[in-house]
Design a protein around this ligand. Structure first.
Ligand code: ASP
Length: 341
């Protein structure tokens, strides 16, 4: 079975990747709306889905949900049920969504549900709560009409798990993407363990609609081979995602524990409130992580991306290899992030 990178090469997802121009992220100003920005190269296809809604005067909220749903449908992708399991061989998913009025919803550690982002939206819209976890989240999903899917791992998830079981080595570190390119890895540096196993691939996206309203969503199977029950930054409002309609929105990918520790995306938005550009704000958040433990920071990756109310966007990462996908009226391309180390 194809691994995700090979799969991408043969799927429709690959088309925009192959034609996309690359640039090194700096200060960007689209100067217009709408705008959608998402993590990683897989964000190109996600943006295309979101754009269908944004370009038809739809809301940023609907657009980010549609983008996340799109990638959750990819069978052999490290997001959604096709993702990599925890160390017990179970896929547990984390997701959240936030709108321009600071409404938000999230699910963490949810099993056998294909579209956690849509469950997160239901939590936001139908309950007085923000986060539902585990069995309770699953029960809520089923009560709201989401089908319970099979426990079976995807082919790629199963293969990776069987490989991992050989050593059962617990590596709670999101690796650095700057590894030697391997055949079939796609156009950008891969995010793989040394043995070739990909260990993360969170989809986070933020958007501004034609009315200038901001929203964001995140969906992930989290860190591969994590301890069962571990929750990363992705479903935590203020860590993996934050939206403030007066200022901007930000999302993250990488080692969630480090992002949670600094309330990463909230911090990015607060830096933008102080007047920093999206790129500067992301950089300052990365610096905050590195400052706490510079030696540890050398061993891990975190990347932030952000947009502000002016339609400017930017990103920054601790290590080389983070990429973002950007779609506006003026562009449809990948940007390689600048990095600290
Ligand atoms: N941030 C995610 C987590 O810690 C992983 C990732 O971004 O790939 O679960």
């Amino acid at each position: 079975m194809l691994n995700r990178r090979k799969f991408l090469q043969f799927s429709a997802l690959a088309a925009p990747l192959l034609t996309a121009k690359r640039s090194l992220a700096s200060s960007f100003d689209t100067g217009n709306k709408p705008l959608v920005v998402s993590t990683w190269d897989s964000g190109m296809a996600v943006n295309a889905e979101a754009w269908k809604i944004l370009s038809n005067k739809g809301s940023a909220l609907d657009a980010v949900e549609a983008g996340a749903v799109h990638i959750e449908n990819e069978i052999n992708c490290c997001v959604g049920l096709g993702g990599y399991p925890d160390r017990d061989g179970i896929v547990t998913l984390d997701s959240c969504i936030m709108d321009h009025q600071s409404n938000c919803g999230a699910v963490a550690g949810i099993e056998r549900i294909k579209h956690p982002v849509s469950v997160a939206r239901k939590v936001m819209e139908k309950t007085p709560h923000v986060i539902l976890v585990g069995a309770g989240a699953q029960q809520f999903a089923v009560e709201n009409g989401f089908p319970l899917e099979s426990k079976e791992l995807s082919d790629s998830g199963k293969k990776a798990y069987e490989e991992w079981l050989k050593k059962s080595e617990y590596k709670p570190v999101i690796n650095i993407e700057n590894l030697p390119a391997k055949e079939g890895n796609g156009p950008f540096a891969p995010h793989f363990f040394d043995d070739g196993t990909p260990n993360h691939d969170t989809m986070g996206l933020v958007a501004m609609d034609m009315n200038g309203n901001l929203s964001g969503a995140v969906t992930t199977s989290g860190m591969a081979f994590k301890v069962h029950g571990r929750v990363g930054d992705s479903p935590i409002i203020g860590a993996g995602l934050f939206v403030d309609n007066e200022v901007g929105a930000a999302t993250s990918s990488g080692l969630g524990e480090e992002v949670i520790r600094i309330c990463g995306t909230h911090l990015v938005v607060e830096f933008m409130r102080q007047g920093y550009s999206p790129e500067q704000a992301c950089k300052k958040a990365c610096e905050r992580i590195v400052k706490r433990d510079p030696a540890k920071a050398k061993t891990l990756q975190v990347g932030f991306l952000a947009i502000n109310k002016k339609g400017q966007y930017g990103c920054y990462a601790i290590q080389k290899g983070f990429v973002i996908s950007v779609k506006s009226d003026k562009e449809n391309q990948l940007h390689q992030s600048k990095y600290l180390i």
